[in-house]
Design a protein around this ligand. Structure first.
Ligand SMILES: Cc1cc2nc3c(=O)[nH]c(=O)nc-3n(C[C@H](O)[C@H](O)[C@H](O)COP(=O)(O)O)c2cc1C
Length: 139
């Protein structure tokens, strides 16, 4: 029997949406932006694949699946860090504490950034993160 799968994404700049579109196409799944699906509909699916962009400690839109019941949750995050070497434990524990719906599987994928398209707040955050990284490297 065919599985009824929903792919849902939370994005600010589009990289996560692109991954979600590829995954939904490959799986023959229904595709939703996080604000397009009604809470009551979540449980209609046998499997929910949720993807969210990483912004500081947040996984965009993750509350939708973390705070509501859904079957067979698969999570993917999209960030700039190298998935081979990055530590995602802080993101996971903040967005999926023990009280949350827990994903059965988690994948971390690499996104992208176009500095020219960042709004002022995000530019400021990136400048702050750059300074913190540079300061950390100083002897
Ligand atoms: C303000 C800001 C904070 C970010 N924080 C993180 C982070 O903590 N970890 C990470 O891997 N990537 C981080 N990124 C990079 C984004 O996750 C990356 O650009 C990703 O492609 C965003 O997904 P989206 O295009 O679907 O919004 C950050 C980007 C911005 C602009």
């Amino acid at each position: 029997m065919e599985k009824n799968i929903a792919v849902i994404y939370g994005t600010k700049h589009g990289a996560t949406k692109r991954y979600a579109e590829w995954i939904a196409e490959e799986l023959g799944a229904a595709l939703f932006a996080g604000n397009e699906i009604r809470l009551g509909e979540l449980q209609n699916y046998d499997c929910v694949v949720f993807g969210g962009g990483l912004y500081a400690s947040a996984i965009v839109g993750a509350d939708l699946v973390a705070k509501n019941p859904c079957k067979n949750l698969v999570l993917f995050t999209v960030g700039l860090g190298d998935p081979q070497t990055s530590d995602y434990s802080a993101h996971m524990s903040k967005n999926f504490p023990p009280s949350a719906t827990q994903p059965l599987k988690v994948f971390h994928l690499r996104g992208g950034i176009d500095y020219n398209k960042l709004n002022l707040v995000h530019r400021g955050m990136m400048a702050m993160m750059k300074k913190m990284t540079v300061d950390k490297k100083k002897p």
